[in-house]
Design a protein around this ligand. Structure first.
Ligand code: SF4
Length: 434
């Protein structure tokens, strides 16, 4: 029997999306059902992100909007969960006393108990050294790709990043429970498995490291595609690349966050590599996996970044020619080490540098995309084009978006597509007849 309806709004990274699926799994187990309409929900949870300025403000203002729903539904349970709950635990209930639940990322297991007790002003933001949500099945949103969280937390302490403080220290799930979850996902019809972790390739469980885990997952019958995100450059070793090379079902795409091309800035960011080491990582990838897509993250305007430092970032971009990039202006995040540094790059300089790297990346993405014209790419169809719902879309092995211009395919099909054009950020193609 239905216990009620729940509505979850999620901000931020894929880890947060995966956490929302775990929370949904817990609620479904208690016979709650999902709704897209907050007005008919008995439980509203906002899963927040504190990594980027803006997402945190948006999430908190959404809660204030939901407050009015309590007038028509006094039993409505309103909760703030995730990284902002963890970060702002001291002040959030003082500022927003109408919130019933404040839960950090390691406190979700108690949600079924809490919703029975209908708490008010309940806070649990304890960080755990062990919680990996083993044994909890997520209630998945997607139809083709299953996110499987394999580790949580981070021990790297990059100076601009709040994650080690909001998500705690690194810990990994057992191989057995990951393999079981993947088998269930395959049985449920998922074609693609994406292994998730804050530093996914820092995975370590007993004698297993990330490459050994990859092998165990790749060998599971029926797993058509495996992806992983996000790796740390430091842990992209030869063994990992060899395993990627040896298994056809492991996609040839690595997201390799650069952050800055300047060794001086990298050191201030507490990134563990220099420019040269980063370029060596790229050379190793190209050597062992020549067709591998390489994408990245770049921050401009970190405190102390001079014009010469910024030129180094441009130089690395020109040398690597990334397939794609997420690019940001630095903004100080509360409670991070970098907040102590003088934010001495002006907003105008930050904006100008950001515009320059965006323009450069656009050219590089176009260049990389055009290199695929005339090739046949294996594409997993995962949806329809927003511009034209009659056109199916999918991703290549190297994670490029393809719009199917000729031929029919169903969602979930893994098919060969001849790339016929690359007019912008996506590729056009037609089904390759065998
Ligand atoms: S590696 Fe650095 S940027 Fe990534 S989560 Fe850890 S501290 Fe944050």
């Amino acid at each position: 029997m239905e216990a009620g309806k729940y509505y979850i709004e999620t901000y931020g990274c894929q880890m947060n999306e995966a956490d929302s699926e775990i929370i949904a799994g817990l609620l479904e187990r208690e016979n709650y059902i999902a709704t897209c309409n907050p007005e008919e929900a008995n439980i509203i949870l906002v899963n927040t992100c504190s990594v980027r300025h803006g997402a945190d403000n948006r999430a908190i203002s959404r809660l204030s909007q939901f407050k009015s729903l309590k007038k028509t539904n006094p039993d409505l349970l309103l909760g703030l969960v995730g990284c902002v709950a963890q970060r702002d635990r001291g002040k959030i209930l003082k500022e927003k006393p109408f919130i019933d639940l404040v839960l950090g990322p390691d406190a979700y297991r108690q949600i079924p108990q809490l919703i029975m007790n209908k708490p008010h002003s309940f806070v649990d933001v304890n960080l755990s050294r062990r919680e990996v949500y083993d044994g909890l099945m997520p209630f998945r949103n997607s139809v083709v790709n299953a996110w499987v969280s394999i580790m949580r937390g981070c021990d790297k302490f990059c100076s601009y990043c709040i994650v080690p403080y909001t998500r705690g220290r690194e810990r990994s799930r057992s191989v057995k429970s990951i393999v079981e979850e993947v088998k269930i996902a395959v049985n449920d019809g998922y074609q693609e498995i994406t292994l998730l972790g804050q530093n996914v390739n820092s995975y370590r469980y007993k004698e297993y490291r990330f490459p050994e885990l990859l092998i165990q997952v790749a060998k599971i019958p029926g797993v058509k595609r495996i992806r992983f995100t996000s790796p740390h450059p430091e842990d992209v070793n030869a063994r990992m690349l060899e395993v990627m090379r040896d298994f056809d079902n492991i996609c040839k795409h690595i997201h390799l966050p650069l952050q800055s091309g300047s060794t001086k800035v990298l050191s201030a960011m507490n990134r563990s590599y220099t420019q040269k080491r980063y370029l060596d990582f790229v050379a190793n990838i190209r050597n062992l996996l020549p067709t591998c897509g390489i994408t990245t993250d770049i921050i401009v305007g970190f405190p102390g970044e001079t014009a010469a430092d910024f030129e180094e970032t441009l130089r690395v971009m020109d040398e690597v020619i990334f397939d794609n990039a997420y690019m940001f202006k630095y903004s100080p995040r509360p409670n991070t080490a970098a907040v102590q540094l003088t934010d001495n790059v002006t907003e105008e300089e930050k904006a100008e540098r950001l515009n320059r790297i965006i323009a450069k990346q656009k050219k590089h993405t176009t260049f990389r995309n055009r290199q695929t014209i005339g090739t046949v790419q294996s594409v997993l169809i995962d949806g329809s084009s927003k511009k034209n719902v009659d056109e199916k879309i999918g991703r290549t092995d190297s994670n490029k978006l393809v719009i199917l211009k000729e031929g029919n395919a169903d969602i979930g099909d893994l098919i060969d597509i001849l790339i016929t054009g690359a007019p912008g950020v996506s590729l056009f193609g037609k089904i390759q007849k065998s």
